[in-house]
Design a protein around this ligand. Sequence first.
Ligand code: TXA
Ligand code: MG
Length: 344
Amino acid sequence: MKTTVFSTSDLEKKEVQKKIKYNLENDELVVFPTETVYGIGANALSETAVKKIFSVKGRPSDNPLIVHLSKAKDVYKYVNNVSKHAEILMDAFWPGPLTLVFESKGIFSPVVTGGLKTVAIRVPSHKTAKKVIELSGVPICAPSANISGRPSSTLFSHVLEDFDGKVSIIIDGGPTDIGLESTVLDLTVDIPTILRPGKITKDMIEKVLNISIINHTEVQNGLAPKSPGMKYKHYAPKGNVTLIDGSFEETIEYIQKQLFDKRQNKCAVLCPDEFADMLNGDTIIKLGSLDNLESIATNLFKSLRLMDEMNIDYIYIPAVSYEGLGQAIMNRLLKAANQNLIKL
Ligand code: TXA
Ligand code: MG
């Protein structure tokens, strides 16, 4: 298949708009930027279209998709029981990087919901994402635009690498802003529960709801994962990743020793700027300052992808605090490291 690439400004053109609409109506896939990561979009009402997403991503069929809407009020068409809590959250955080899990009316095929009775819905704030959904006139399923298991795409080059020749259209929106996928919050349980941490933090949600909520981001032994996506290996580069949790000095010393012991191998350190300034090594990649977790989030996935491009064998990453956005960063890092966390 030949993939057509458009820029976000091309979307002003009538013929480009027509082409996007036509492709989505005809069950083709369109990759577009959102404020979190790139998404690979299909008509959520067409089983044929949705099945294509699973096949090009190589995604396990029991991992449900997020349905993207252009307007918050469309949610009432597809779900039952929009609670007071849901309305407060929709008001506070939509459009934006918060996905809410509702009881489904059953309009979406089990292919979308992974056979669950619930459905995850998000209204993105990115202008291009909104425009694509509006043009299609239908709800759009859009998982992150990466081959299953790889880090989500935050750059146009990532999308091209994974999907050139496999989807009909890719819209180049440049680097995505947040760089981590949306927070997923389950509203179908007694106490709202975070299934995937993101930019909208537990504190932010608790503040607007004025109650305590649950953060269920780790799969507990023996319990079925609440969010099917949580049980899969994700974000892991080919090299061996070690996360290090210790004081600043201990961490520097530990990493420096590893770089020496493994000097016959290709090693890299992905770290906050403060660590980078203190380390000696061939490949020290700065993620951003500890005072600016936003920049660490934005740079994380592209740095993980870079490890494969550079054929790195051993990757060392200092842990960050679990405070605020740190929760989401550590969630992705622990997966990238296959839970390999050294506590000093
Ligand atoms: O920021 C984002 O959310 C991006 C952009 C493109 O919008 N999309 C995204 O989609 O990250 P995806 O498919 O990569 O991740 C969806 C997550 C998975 O962990 C999945 O298991 C969970 O949402 N999910 C979807 N439907 C669910 C449901 N009904 N109940 C619980 N978890 C659900
Ligand atoms: Mg994903």
